[in-house]
Design a protein around this ligand. Structure first.
Ligand code: AMP
Length: 281
């Protein structure tokens, strides 16, 4: 496995694959890796001849300085995990390498209603930062395939929208959510939870599953209200719990009209913010 910190040397390495028309798969991450990240790497290894993963905690997508500061960083373990998984190359740039002074990296794409609800509502500016870093990394790596987790459902739709709008020559692929035994979606942020909090946080997935059964009798708004109450009664602090159209992320009036329905939620557990989702239809 090769480790690159500079764009120029990464590009020189990737030229070898490009010259032979060998597809490149790309897995961008913010490090503090877990099995969820590795599942993306494995899917890339199956679909492409060269798999590049990046580890970069992108400052522009954090709307709170303290959140950025507290974000877990475990670079040595990350590199061992990627090596063992069979990843070909890792890109671990500095902030200056990604955002050199004088280079315009902001993305001028209108995400419209996609960016307004849920994460967009509670983390203003977050998706501008996500689009900025993903576009910049795509310009550097120029992969044929980009692997992203369904765990960040809205993020996947935003990046897919950006790729389509800018006609980027990349296929954006959504990969299933990997969970702990108790159902908790794996997340780098889980490292900040105590064992007791990890158990309590598993109620988020259980509530998403319950929402699927409540939806047989209750309207979408009633399910949302019930889920919020349920999470609060368990001592969790839900930020939102929404049943949305799986394509547009707008609230669904009923279950029959949209082609797909997804339940998305964010909660706080002991100062740690967690998100999860479940496709109901
Ligand atoms: P992050 O390091 O949190 O920015 O995540 C990097 C990529 O891994 C994103 O595409 C995430 O959606 C994906 N990812 C994070 N957690 C999981 C998980 N539990 N299962 C599958 N993919 C995940």
């Amino acid at each position: 496995m090769y480790l690159f910190k500079k764009i120029s040397s990464l590009r020189r390495y990737l030229e070898l694959f490009r010259n032979k028309n060998r597809p490149i798969g790309f897995v961008p991450t913010m490090g503090a890796l877990h099995e969820g990240h590795l599942s993306l790497v494995r899917q890339s290894l199956e679909a492409a001849q060269c798999t590049v993963s990046s580890i970069f905690v992108n400052p522009t997508q954090f709307n709170q300085a303290s959140d950025l500061e507290k974000y877990p960083r475990t670079p040595t373990t990350d590199l061992t995990m990627l090596y063992k998984a069979g990843c070909h190359a890792v890109f671990m740039p500095s902030v200056e390498e990604v955002y050199p002074p004088g280079l315009e990296t902001q993305v001028e794409v209108d995400f419209g209603p996609l960016a307004l609800p849920m994460e967009g509502r509670f983390r203003p500016g977050h998706f501008d930062g996500v689009a900025q870093v993903v576009k910049r990394l795509l310009d550097i790596v120029e992969p044929q395939k980009l692997f992203m987790g369904q765990k960040d459902y809205q993020q996947f739709l935003i990046v897919q929208h950006m790729a389509r709008t800018l006609e980027l020559p990349v296929e954006v692929i959504s990969c299933p959510i990997v969970r702990e035994k108790n159902g908790l979606a794996m997340s780098s942020r889980n490292q900040r939870l105590s064992p007791e909090q990890r158990e309590r946080a598993a109620a988020l997935y259980q509530t998403l599953q319950q929402a699927a059964s409540w939806a047989r009798q209750l309207s979408p708004r009633e399910v949302e209200a019930k889920a919020m109450e349920h999470l609060k009664s368990l001592g969790l602090e839900p930020e939102y719990f929404e049943l949305a159209d799986g394509q547009t992320l707008q609230p669904v009036p009923d279950y029959s009209s949209p082609a797909s329905v997804v339940a998305c939620a964010a909660i706080w557990v002991g100062g740690v913010r967690l998100i999860d989702n479940l496709i109901l239809k």
